[in-house]
Design a protein around this ligand. Structure first.
Ligand SMILES: NC(=O)c1ccc[n+]([C@@H]2O[C@H](COP(=O)([O-])OP(=O)(O)OC[C@H]3O[C@@H](n4cnc5c(N)ncnc54)[C@H](OP(=O)(O)O)[C@@H]3O)[C@@H](O)[C@H]2O)c1
Length: 229
């Protein structure tokens, strides 16, 4: 049986884009926000686009986190640590949290095409340190443009999925593959998120230089390595 996906901080472009794509794929989505009314408005706007059959609701972040054991984190890096500490009691052991966050220098007033150094190695590894024991963190979707996710076109990007828990990797791979034309690839351990997050800063620089919404493709492996719809 599929379970609802709570998108923590889901009212921004990245959370809304994932909510739209997963709701279109028939997944149940809970949009989380610091403000329950804002979350409900966001859910209404997804329902308007997807249709009345969309399984989408909106809740304050801790209620959203407590309502399921599958989460995506889509807040800016500067807000992630404090929010995760606040949500700690809401996460159940055995939960999976998909971290999409990127520690861009823009978080501290720098350029979005540069990265911050994170003591743990990456935003995802910081997240893994902050969630309660028994919650698996999987890093994914950092390289997918929110602009593209919020549109109606297919998404021309591979999603590299990194986690120390193979079950969490599998869950994120399956969710990524529900988005048309995305191919998901097992990217190995969570520590590899350090590299994947940095690709986002490169893509932002390329987007500015070439005026577009670039993505990545990893080539050269057997078809069985890639999971897609
Ligand atoms: N945008 C992209 O193209 C893209 C692509 C790949 C990855 N990402 C990553 O995805 C994450 C979200 O990106 P975004 O562009 O959607 O971000 P955003 O619009 O700046 O923020 C998303 C939501 O997070 C909540 N939020 C903002 N500041 C917060 C704080 N200090 N504490 C708690 N919640 C806070 C807000 O929701 P409420 O006010 O409703 O609580 C906001 O709507 C980022 O880490 C980014 O690096 C983004």
């Amino acid at each position: 049986m599929s379970r609802a996906i709570a998108i923590i901080g889901g009212t921004g472009p990245q959370g809304m884009g994932l909510a739209l794509r997963w709701a279109r794929a028939g997944e149940a989505v809970i949009i989380g926000s610091r403000d329950a009314a804002r979350a409900q408005q966001a859910a209404d706007s997804i329902r308007e686009r997807v249709g009345s059959q969309a399984q989408v609701s909106g809740m304050e972040n801790s209620a959203a986190a407590a309502a399921t054991d599958l989460h995506a984190l889509t807040v800016p890096f500067e807000g992630a640590a404090a929010l995760l500490k606040q949500l700690k009691p809401a996460f159940r052991p055995g939960s999976v949290l998909i971290d999409t966050t990127v520690p861009l220098a823009a978080s501290v007033g720098g350029r979005a095409s540069r990265m911050l150094g994170v003591w743990q190695g990456s935003a995802a590894q910081q997240t893994a340190e902050l969630v309660p024991k028994g919650v698996s963190v999987v890093a994914a979707f950092q390289n997918v443009s929110a602009e593209v996710l919020n549109g109606d076109d297919e998404v021309d990007c591979d999603v590299i999925v990194c986690s120390d828990d193979p079950n969490a990797t599998q869950i994120a791979i399956e969710l990524a593959a529900k988005i048309p034309r995305i191919r998901a690839i097992d990217g190995g351990k969570l520590e590899n998120a350090r590299i994947v997050e940095q690709i986002t800063a490169l893509l932002i620089g390329l987007n500015i230089r070439h005026k577009g919404h670039g993505g990545i493709r990893i080539t050269g492996f057997a078809d069985s390595v890639y999971k897609s719809a």
